[in-house]
Design a protein around this ligand. Structure first.
Ligand SMILES: [Zn+2]
Length: 346
């Protein structure tokens, strides 16, 4: 069968007419398969949801226990039948519970990878290349300028600053699901032993990571910290809180932001970030190419980001490739931070 008969785009998102299900739909549908818990992929209100245990748990934490009419768990590697179509969830390496979804029917294999990252991450199971005919990829950082450095080297910038400014609180902006917990784990790997203080918005998700066996060391709510605990402490907060009234309680803080976008110096400056940390949960330009080639796919479909650049590269590599022009993705975890009021909004 032609791949388009197995999966194609609709206004609600990627749809399988053969299996009558959607993958990461952007509107409420009867049956949804969800790759991971970020809010641009996992939305509330579907009739039935099939996802990994962690993604189902994260959706319940964010939206409440009644986030869907029915929820079914898919274990990594388990082949599940959905209306006669076989689907298999495989690790995507993006955040805890994140999955690529292999869709198989009548000899045709399509992998919808969601967001993915091949690099090592102690807080997420490692990305696995899956052989397929069609690979569906994101393109968030699909430009040659995006080559993510070693996360340990970026973390060392933070520990060096703590050593240099032991009296200043280090405020680190990081998305509440995935990035925040990864920064904590990276700090522990770098030998940082002090309690890490966190903003209220990430308490429940961080507790959930710990409950799933992710070691993060001594992590405490910053609201419970005493004044004398703050000098030299790392406080992790959502990016929006950096410019918020909330941040004014810390005298003379060092402001850091952990994001792949910190590769762009102008963007760091625009947001008043003193210490940009290039730490991303998405594949960079080289990783995208290696991951796509590792699948042995004949065809590449591109969902969101720098679609044109990735499609162009794929053509040169001998693949058939096209953008899917999907809207609604890329709005949570690696979305560019809003400009600060001082920047004039440009
Ligand atoms: Zn994501």
């Amino acid at each position: 069968m032609r791949p388009e008969e197995l999966l194609h785009t609709t206004p609600q998102g990627l749809y399988s007419p053969a299996g009558d299900f959607f993958i990461d739909p952007t509107r409420a549908v009867a049956r949804a398969l969800i790759t991971h818990g970020h809010s641009d992929h996992a939305r509330a209100g579907h009739g039935a949801v099939l996802a990994t245990r962690e993604t189902l748990d994260i959706m319940a934490i964010r939206y409440g226990e009644d986030f869907a009419g029915a929820a079914q768990q898919a274990s990594y590697g388990e082949r599940v039948q959905v209306n006669g179509v076989t689907v298999t969830f495989l690790p995507a390496g993006h955040i805890l519970g994140s999955a690529q979804i292999l869709v198989e029917h009548r000899g045709c294999r399509i992998v919808a990878s969601g967001d993915y990252k091949p690099g090592a991450d102690p807080t997420a199971p490692a990305f696995e290349p899956v052989p397929c005919h069609v690979f569906i990829s994101e393109a968030t950082f699909a430009l040659p300028v995006f080559r993510h450095p070693d996360p340990a080297r970026e973390t060392a910038k933070l520990t060096a600053s703590l050593a240099l400014f032991p009296e200043r609180t280090h405020l680190v902006g990081a998305y509440a699901l995935g990035k925040a917990q990864r920064v904590m784990a990276l700090l522990r790997m770098a030998g940082h032993e002090r309690p890490i203080l966190i903003h209220g918005a990430m308490e429940r998700l961080t507790a959930y990571y710990r409950s799933r066996g992710i070691a993060l060391g001594d992590v405490r709510p910053v609201r419970e910290a005493a004044r004398e605990d703050l000098p030299g402490a790392v406080v992790i907060c959502p990016p929006g809180a950096l410019a918020d009234v909330w941040s004014r309680r810390f005298p003379d803080p060092v402001t850091a932001f952990a994001s792949g976008w910190m590769r762009i110096r102008a963007r760091a400056r625009q947001n008043g970030v003193e210490l940009p940390l290039i730490i991303s949960d998405h594949a960079d330009w080289d990783e995208l190419q290696a991951a796509i080639l590792a699948t042995g796919c004949e065809e590449l479909w591109v969902t969101h980001g720098q679609e044109d650049a990735l499609v162009h590269w794929a053509g040169l590599a001998g693949l058939r490739a096209r953008p899917l022009h999907m809207v609604g993705y890329g709005e949570e975890e690696e979305a560019p931070a809003p400009p600060s009021p001082e920047s004039g909004g440009s």
